[in-house]
Ligand binder design. Structure first.
Ligand SMILES: [Zn+2]
Ligand SMILES: [Zn+2]
Ligand SMILES: [Zn+2]
Ligand SMILES: [Zn+2]
Ligand SMILES: [Zn+2]
Ligand SMILES: [Zn+2]
Length: 230
């Protein structure tokens, strides 16, 4: 059977009490405006913060006030009164350990908790500055790094491991302008600089991958047929 779920309407007395409460706060606020010791309203309990009973910090361009007794870590509720070190995240105060464990989280390098002395962020990962190192040789990476296969590499190692060597000149296939990796020409299992993919004899660059090979050297059709007759 269904129960009768009516809730009683707030009585006139309750309503009057609420209005009284609002008025009382309002009056308090008006007297506070004239109080030189008034600093603001406590973010926690809403009551005025007077003089040195308060703690304040700026977050998102607003100054936040708290009573000393109300000033606590938003996560574990540990008191932060009396000059206890704290950190602000999403405008709310955090004790040191909650800030490290819950806000900063763990280093993707060593797996240990990060700290406020520095966090390096790269591609959705975060590291202690000393843990952000090249996957191959462990060189510390500062700002300049290459990312490949979910790992981070210094330039030397990246070029060494991932940039192919030209089948003609024997050098890494990098741009002559800025030294960055560039598209190579793939031909019969080897890779070439665009500018190296030409005839060994007449130096003409090949079009449509029409190249011929003698002892690993590339020739155009003409030069190839001349050499073949020798
Ligand atoms: Zn308070
Ligand atoms: Zn905490
Ligand atoms: Zn680390
Ligand atoms: Zn390296
Ligand atoms: Zn080359
Ligand atoms: Zn040729």
């Amino acid at each position: 059977m269904a129960a009768d779920q009516t809730t009683p309407a707030p009585s006139a007395a309750t309503a009057a009490a609420k209005v009284g409460e609002i008025l009382r706060k309002h009056e308090l606020d008006l007297t506070m405006v004239e109080n030189p010791e008034f600093r603001g309203h406590c973010e926690s309990c809403g009551e005025p913060v007077i003089g040195s009973d308060g703690v304040s910090y700026k977050a998102e361009s607003l100054t936040r006030f708290f009573h000393q007794r109300c000033f606590q870590c938003v996560i574990c509720q540990t008191s932060l009164r009396g000059g206890t070190e704290f950190f602000v995240n999403n405008s709310a105060p955090h004790c040191v350990s909650c800030y490290q464990e819950k806000v900063l989280g763990c280093c993707d390098g060593c797996g240990l908790v990060l700290n406020q002395n520095g966090v390096v962020r790269a591609k959705n990962k975060k590291f202690h500055p000393g843990c952000f190192v090249c996957k191959k040789d462990g060189v510390r990476l500062d700002g300049r790094y290459y990312e490949k296969e979910g790992s981070f590499w210094c330039r030397n190692c990246y070029v060494d491991v991932f940039v192919p060597t030209c089948g003609s000149c024997g050098l890494k296939i990098l741009s002559e302008q800025d030294g960055q990796p560039v598209t190579s020409i793939d031909w019969k299992g080897k890779k070439y600089h665009q500018q190296c993919f030409g005839c060994t004899d007449c130096k003409k660059l090949f079009v449509d991958l029409k190249a011929f090979q003698i002892d690993g050297n590339l020739y155009c059709k003409n030069c190839h047929s001349i050499r073949s007759k020798q």
